[in-house]
Design a protein around this ligand. Structure first.
Ligand SMILES: [Zn+2]
Ligand SMILES: [Zn+2]
Length: 256
């Protein structure tokens, strides 16, 4: 005869529900129940926008806030600013530099760009004003000085690193952001994003000047940041410089 002693241990699991109630700082006597923040991971590539004051995502859009001021010395900073530096000589395209009457001031940009950029069925024209954001937080502008006006008379006012400010003190790039392609990185590097979420690269690819761009000034291929391939724009040193006939994808928004 076999005797089996069975010991049944019953463990009552204690489920602890922790309710955190915070008393408001004021004397209203009301309490607030903390809500769990919606945490959406921002893809690593956006951390390359080193000039942003904040980068967040709601899963649909990446929200990038910047002051739009260059992180280098410019003849367009007010002379009292430590980043002011005189400049003369030649600028973009060998043009003799001629300063415009404007100066740089801090802005308050909020760029919202789609986290999953997609080709648009009709390609919206880029606006005058910010059409994208570069890695140092300075906005990209298109190839026009005004409605259908070429940059002819603006190029002379591009500073040492090929940016300049508007009459409302908004510093911007119409062409290659030379500080990013020569000091911070290389001619083939990621430089920023247009509002449609598609990335912008320098004038070179695989060590050679890029060729074969489409009407929007881009093409689809693998890049260092997108090993699975993506549509991307390239800056070139000839008109239209950054973007061609409008956004390849559906643009997000920019407020300032
Ligand atoms: Zn301009
Ligand atoms: Zn490319």
């Amino acid at each position: 005869m076999k005797i089996t002693n069975c010991i049944i241990t019953s463990i009552a699991a204690l489920a602890m529900v922790i309710v955190s109630c915070k008393k408001d700082a004021d004397s209203s006597g009301t309490t607030t129940t903390p809500t769990t923040p919606t945490t959406v991971t921002v893809p690593a590539v956006y951390s390359k926008i080193y000039g942003a004051t904040s980068i967040t995502s709601d899963g649909t859009y990446i929200t990038i806030k910047t002051t739009g001021t260059p992180d280098y010395k410019s003849v367009y900073y007010p002379t009292a600013n430590t980043l002011y530096e005189d400049f003369s000589g030649t600028t973009f395209g060998g043009t003799t530099f001629k300063k415009n009457p404007n100066s740089i001031a801090t802005q308050n940009y909020t760029f919202k760009i789609p986290v999953n950029p997609a080709v648009a069925s009709n390609h919206a024209a880029t606006p005058l004003g910010a059409m994208g954001v570069s890695l140092n937080g300075v906005p990209f502008y298109n190839q026009y000085a005004g409605p259908n006006q070429p940059l002819t008379n603006e190029i002379m006012s591009f500073d040492k690193y090929w940016g300049h400010p508007t009459a409302t003190s908004q510093y911007h790039y119409h062409v290659e952001p030379l500080y990013l392609t020569t000091v911070k990185s290389t001619k083939s590097a990621l430089l920023g994003f247009l509002l449609d979420g598609f990335p912008v690269y320098g004038p070179e690819e695989n060590g050679a000047a890029v060729t074969g761009l489409d009407a929007y000034h881009g093409h689809t291929s693998v890049t260092a940041d997108y090993p699975n391939g993506i549509y991307h724009y390239h800056v070139t040193n000839t008109d239209p410089y950054i973007n061609g006939n409008g956004y390849y994808g559906t643009p997000g928004t920019v407020t300032q």
